[in-house]
Design a protein around this ligand. Structure first.
Ligand code: G
Ligand code: G
Ligand code: MN
Ligand code: NA
Length: 253
């Protein structure tokens, strides 16, 4: 497609692509503990193109390998900038279903972790339900390998897919991220509040931490805190930021 050749060009120059970072805070203390890396593409003619759109296009060709490598190299470079600024936090990176099922994933990521990232950099990988349930046994063994290679694992967008609360216990996860669909009306809708309490209790029962995504009001932060949810992320705290802005970000302004 046209977008595909445009993306190929963008990858070769590196100029239209960028990474932004969204702060993740400890719910109780408000301390900055992590951030989520998100890719952005500013197309010269079309303007902003969503990663949902261009990652899907990249996955229809071998471009996904180039794009994945570009993202990791950029994130690693920015991790060095954070360390230089005395910001030592966990870096969370999204993996699409296709990226997760790549046979070379573990080898490639381990190598990149060792050669590109600061020593001792904590890296969390965000994996969606659809990736896990595509082939459960394969996913479990892959996840064990990623854990052995030193990565933490999050289940992303939880609640939007098909997995029951109980079925996630078979996977070697560290964290679950509750999809923002359950946060946006949680103050008004008692059913969402109950779901959050149930998820929080289950996650802790399974020795997982739990993150609320899409927190947009202080009432939501309070409710999520009351439910015992460990970490929060959302526009109330900050939009995803370019690295220079992220370095200046103050969680307690
Ligand atoms: O940031 P935004 O809401 O536009 O992201 C839209 C979707 O694209 C989200 O599902 C997000 O996880 C995904 N996404 C953003 N950046 C990356 C990335 O670097 N890699 C992968 N695989 N997905 C990403
Ligand atoms: O699928 P995933 O959870 O990785 O996607 C995260 C997406 O959510 C990013 O595109 C990010 O820009 C977006 N996002 C982050 N915080 C908020 C928020 O508070 N509200 C809304 N509507 N979107 C958010
Ligand atoms: Mn995510
Ligand atoms: Na998510």
């Amino acid at each position: 497609s046209d977008l595909e050749s445009d993306l190929r060009h963008a990858l070769s120059t590196g100029k239209q692509l960028s990474m932004v970072y969204q702060p993740i805070l400890n719910t109780k203390t408000g301390a900055l503990v992590a951030c989520e890396a998100l890719v952005r593409w500013q197309h010269p003619v079309r303007g902003y193109v969503s990663p949902n759109e261009f990652i899907a296009i990249a996955e229809q060709s071998a471009l996904i390998n180039l794009l994945s490598r570009w993202i990791i190299a950029k994130v690693a470079e920015d991790c060095h900038r954070l360390v230089e600024n005395n910001i030592r936090i966990r870096m969370s990176i999204n993996l699409s279903r296709k990226q997760f099922s790549d046979a070379h994933l573990v080898k490639r990521l381990s190598q990149e972790k060792m050669t590109l990232f600061p020593a001792d950099q904590e890296i969390n990988l965000e994996i969606t339900e659809s990736a896990l349930f595509q082939n459960t046994q394969y996913a479990i063994s892959l996840m064990h390998k990623l854990k052995t290679a030193g990565f933490d694992l999050s289940l992303d967008d939880f609640g939007t897919g098909y997995s029951s609360l109980a079925s996630i216990q078979q996977f070697p996860l560290d964290n679950v991220k509750i999809d923002r669909a359950f946060i946006c009306n949680c103050v008004e809708n008692p059913r969402d509040g109950l779901f959050l309490q149930t998820m929080s209790d289950l996650a802790h029962h399974l020795n997982l931490t739990i993150t609320a995504e899409g927190v947009e009001s202080s009432e939501q932060w309070q409710l999520v805190s009351d439910k015992g949810i460990d970490y929060i992320q959302g526009y109330l705290i900050s939009m995803p930021l370019p690295i220079e802005k992220f370095i200046e970000f103050d969680p307690a302004p």
